[in-house]
Design a protein around this ligand. Structure first.
Ligand code: ATP
Ligand code: MG
Length: 176
């Protein structure tokens, strides 16, 4: 019997609809300045660990890693809006990564590596992509105050297509 086709997986935190809508509205105002494609409100997220192609049979093992990493709830303030030239993305992120978020990303990486996941681990860079294919902006509008209460981690499957990625949440992991 052949093995199941792999799934493209990542672990992320997902904002509430209120915060996602506010970020999407901000991105539409930024778009006036720099063009590009605005991330759909429902797709807005912050990736903590990218797994890439994983056999679905390994999902229970992956879930064990996430539970072992633990982690605590915290507030994430997105205060900085930036542009990355290399991939033409406009993103928002915290001025300083909350200690609880950095600890969670670090613990996840350790657990994933120990279990044989994540052969290529990119350095954690807390960012929320809000516009793709954007031009270099002269300036970006300031972000509204958005205290994002981080209460859980989600395991997501991404399916790529010519119209963009679609995401499906496979599991939720509450933070203490
Ligand atoms: P698109 O590829 O259509 O622009 P996307 O990048 O959001 O959409 P995926 O490529 O499936 O969709 O990526 C899912 C998430 O994982 C995104 O947050 C993306 O930034 C992140 N990601 C993708 N590849 C890597 C990687 N090699 N290392 C770290 N994070 C990654
Ligand atoms: Mg991608």
């Amino acid at each position: 019997m052949s093995a199941a086709a792999p799934w493209r997986l990542f672990l992320a935190i997902w904002p509430t609809p209120g915060i996602a809508d506010a970020l999407n509205a901000w991105a539409r105002t930024a778009q006036v300045e720099c063009g590009g494609r605005v991330t759909l409100a429902a797709n807005i997220h912050l990736t903590l660990a990218f797994l890439g192609d994983i056999s679905p049979e390994r999902v229970p093992r992956l879930a064990d890693c996430v539970r072992r990493a633990g982690g605590s709830g915290h507030v994430l303030a997105l205060q900085e809006a930036r542009y990355w030239k290399h991939n033409r993305v406009v993103w928002a992120g915290p001025r300083e990564i909350p200690a609880a978020l950095a600890a969670l990303a670090g613990a996840l990486e350790r657990e994933l590596v120990a279990a044989g996941f994540a052969t290529e681990v990119r350095e954690f860079n807390a960012h929320v992509t809000l516009l793709r294919m954007a031009r270099l902006p002269r300036s970006l509008p300031s972000l509204p105050s958005l205290p994002w209460q981080v209460n859980e981690l989600v395991l997501v499957r991404s399916q790529l297509s010519s119209t963009g990625s679609s995401y499906a949440v496979l599991a939720r992991f509450p933070l203490a």
